[in-house]
Write a protein that binds this ligand. Structure first.
Ligand SMILES: Cc1cc2nc3c(=O)[nH]c(=O)nc-3n(C[C@H](O)[C@H](O)[C@H](O)COP(=O)(O)OP(=O)(O)OC[C@H]3O[C@@H](n4cnc5c(N)ncnc54)[C@H](O)[C@@H]3O)c2cc1C
Length: 291
């Protein structure tokens, strides 16, 4: 289908983009990589009157460590994360996730900010940012504000972004020594959204026990899901198969998947139980420098 007509606006600065959002009201939308919004417009799920393309605003596509955080500018495209060796070395969960998103053509344009701002529980970055305990910087007419990732996804396809606001930065706390993470996803075919996927990020204490654990789940509920009980069960414990099986069950208990074309709810719960165990094993290996 062809999208309905719209006006296309190309601001040169962030304040200009925010002013345009205010000027054109609720029907105006930010355009980043366009790989969720344009398909939605072609299906007429979204019918914005104005598209405000932020991709020509300089300085929104950085990836750098600063002030205790990995800072990702909203317009950083997936392909950039794949190609930075120091990101691969220090943020394996992030790189695992990026590489599982769609295909190289999509990743050449899709942005990390757009992946989160879309609020789709089937997207892969939300679970990863939950596991990392990321912060989201949102900028509006009165300046920037910071939202913890736990408060960012508020409903199905809905986030803490208010009209007239732009997601400007994602902040991941720099993991301490002896940290590891992993993203595992089951998809029907390469490039598809997840039937179910898990993001695990953990750090180990000097005695080998699990000091911190973050677990996010993809596409098993109306919102990206954090498996809090599973995280709590892991903290302070020595890694073991029995502990990982318990965490897998607790993560499945936190999920409420639906039957759909990607599988039955029961199948997805089985995936979560199994993927969590595998992801925990690999994350511990990475934290120990063995993988
Ligand atoms: C064939 C195909 C397969 C895909 N498979 C996957 C997959 O496996 N996993 C996955 O996670 N994703 C997948 N995607 C989605 C893809 O990763 C999207 O590009 C991504 O979800 C959105 O990023 P974008 O930059 O393209 O955002 P856009 O499409 O430009 O925007 C998406 C939404 O977010 C809003 N928005 C964007 N940026 C901002 C901002 N900075 N501030 C405020 N609002 C903003 C827009 O207004 C729009 O509502 C797939 C897409 C395609 C086309």
């Amino acid at each position: 289908m062809i999208p309905p007509t719209f006006d296309y606006l190309v601001p040169a600065t962030l304040p200009e983009a925010i002013a345009l959002l205010h000027e054109h009201g609720d029907e105006a939308k930010v355009l980043a990589g366009g790989h969720s919004l344009i398909p939605a417009m072609r299906l007429r799920f979204a019918e914005p009157s104005h598209l405000i393309d932020i991709s020509h605003i300089p300085g929104l596509d950085y990836v750098r460590e600063e002030g205790g955080f990995l800072k990702i500018g909203t317009m950083a495209r997936e392909v950039v994360l794949e190609d930075l060796p120091w990101i691969t070395e220090r943020y394996p969960l992030l790189v695992d996730t990026t590489k599982m998103i769609a295909d190289p053509q999509v990743r050449n344009l899709a942005t990390v900010g757009g992946n989160l701002a879309h609020g789709d529980p089937a997207n892969d970055h939300p679970a990863t940012m939950l596991a990392y305990r990321a912060e989201i910087e949102i900028t509006g007419a009165s300046g920037p504000r910071t939202v913890p990732i736990d408060e960012f996804f508020t409903d199905f396809f809905t986030t803490a972004l208010e009209h007239g606001e732009i997601l400007t930065e994602i902040r991941i706390p720099i993991p301490p020594a002896r940290s590891g993470g992993c993203y595992l996803k089951v998809e029907r075919k390469v490039g598809d959204y997840a039937a179910a996927a898990v993001a695990v990020q953990l750090s180990l204490a000097a005695d080998g026990s699990i000091e911190q654990a973050g677990i996010g789940l993809t596409n098993v509920a109306a919102l990206p899901t954090r498996a809090v009980d599973a995280e709590n069960a892991l903290r302070g414990q020595q890694p073991s198969d029995a502990l990982f099986a318990q965490a897998g069950q607790l993560a499945a208990d936190a999920s409420s998947p639906a039957d759909d074309l990607r599988g039955s709810a029961e199948y997805k719960l089985t995936l979560i139980r199994e993927l969590i165990q595998r992801a925990l094993r690999r994350s511990v290996e990475r934290a120990q420098g063995r993988s």
